[in-house]
Design a protein around this ligand. Structure first.
Ligand code: B12
Ligand code: SF4
Ligand code: SF4
Length: 316
């Protein structure tokens, strides 16, 4: 068995959904990133502009790296409907994935070290890594019209983790087949029309950005369409037939739903101070939005309830 095959077998034993290997050479889709940034679609996520060179040329991230091991970490928490507001996106109902997926990658990095790697650096949304582009090139799936990396037979409810290593491993070839076909369910279902065309997301309209990344008020026309979401949004994943058909609950205990907001009323964050917020949510993904952000999100989501915002898409 080649070392590359052994790495994949180890990833499977460790519970990853899939594992592929690519190299850190410049990504062929760098122009997409430039155009996306130039269109202003990144909004206040200025770090994406600052990291653009490295995102386009991953050799700049760790110059000694010869291979990138890419692993998909399933976070699907079962098919429970989050109900009306407050709705928390599935990826944020368990422990904070930045830490969890990196911790889960560590035994795989150890395996590389035991096989001679001097460098085995893990990332999970924790650096300037073009994770979808590398996963695409590692043959792990295709980029759907909702911009997600989708894996045939698995869907898209997973995180993408990477290990940059100096080991020269056999590389996989990318899946070129686009399995979206004529489907447009994600574009039709997006409540804020953030998917401006297939494969093109205006993040400044995306509920995930509006409730987590940006710290200002949520513009009224978009706040009216939050559809009950108070942290992230799953709609363009939920409606995808590949998830409806293939998503299976993760076996990782860390991703089991412990949605601390289930059943919470609109007043939850109104009286809370920073100390209590940190005590209750400090080690959860909600920490990223902060107390002020969660207060803002609750006000908007409860003011414009889930059913009130259901509407026909404007696009077609
Ligand atoms: C910024 C960001 C966001 C922004 C912008 C999202 C976006 N679509 O760009 C916001 C805050 C809106 C967001 C939301 C979400 N995010 Co986010 N996000 C990121 C982050 C940090 C950077 C993404 C980025 O660079 N975007 C800019 C665009 C231009 O780049 P890109 O999407 O990576 O696309 C590249 C390639 O895919 C390729 N490409 C794009 N389209 C096409 C089409 C074709 C045909 C081809 C060949 C190539 C190609 O070219 C692009 C440039 O290199 C990544 C982590 C990372 N380090 O990369 C996570 C990441 C993309 N997010 C993730 C997740 C889980 C989410 C949410 C589901 C969370 C939620 N439930 O709320 C939503 C999904 C919304 C959506 N439809 O994308 C996962 C996605 C896993 C997956 N299966 O794809 C990532 C990879 C984090 C991780 N480590 O797992 N996110
Ligand atoms: S996450 Fe929600 S708001 Fe963002 S593109 Fe998908 S459906 Fe639209
Ligand atoms: S919902 Fe349809 S168009 Fe959108 S990503 Fe899934 S298969 Fe592709």
């Amino acid at each position: 068995m080649t070392l590359a095959a052994a790495v994949k077998r180890r990833a499977d034993e460790l519970g990853f959904l899939a594992c592929g290997i690519t190299d850190p050479s410049p990504i062929p889709d760098g122009e997409r990133l430039d155009q996306w940034l130039a269109s202003g679609y990144a909004g206040v996520m200025r770090y994406l502009h600052r990291q653009a060179r490295k995102r386009k040329d991953p050799r700049l991230i760790i110059p000694e790296a010869k291979s990138v091991v890419v692993a998909l970490d399933n976070y699907y928490d079962g098919d429970s409907d989050p109900g009306p507001a407050p709705r928390v996106a599935r990826y944020a109902r368990g422990d904070d994935y930045h830490r969890v997926t990196r911790d889960r990658l560590e035994p795989l990095a150890d395996f590389l070290r035991r096989n001679g790697a001097k460098i085995a650096h893990t990332f999970a949304d924790s650096g300037p890594v073009p994770e979808r582009a590398l996963a695409l090139r590692a043959g792990l799936g295709w980029i759907g019209k909702n911009t997600m990396l989708i894996r045939p037979g698995a869907g898209s409810f997973f995180f993408i983790g990477t290990i940059f290593t100096d080991l020269p491993l056999d590389h996989d070839s990318s899946i070129t087949t686009d399995h979206c076909g004529s489907c447009t369910r994600c574009l039709d279902a997006c409540p804020t029309d953030a998917l401006v065309e297939p494969h093109l997301l205006d993040a400044t309209r995306c509920i995930s950005y509006l409730t987590i990344e940006q710290k200002g008020p949520i513009p009224t026309p978009l706040a009216e369409r939050l559809d009950g979401w108070v942290f992230g949004c799953d709609i363009c994943n939920e409606v995808c037939p590949w998830n409806q058909r293939f998503a299976e609950a993760s076996s990782a205990e860390e991703f089991r739903s412990r949605d601390a907001l289930a059943g919470a009323g609109p007043e939850l964050f109104e009286q809370m101070d920073e100390e209590e917020f940190t005590r209750r949510f400090g080690d959860t993904p909600l920490e990223r939005a902060g107390l002020q952000g969660m207060r803002r999100n609750f006000r908007a989501a409860f003011a414009h309830g889930r059913t009130a915002t259901r509407r026909e898409p404007e696009r077609r």
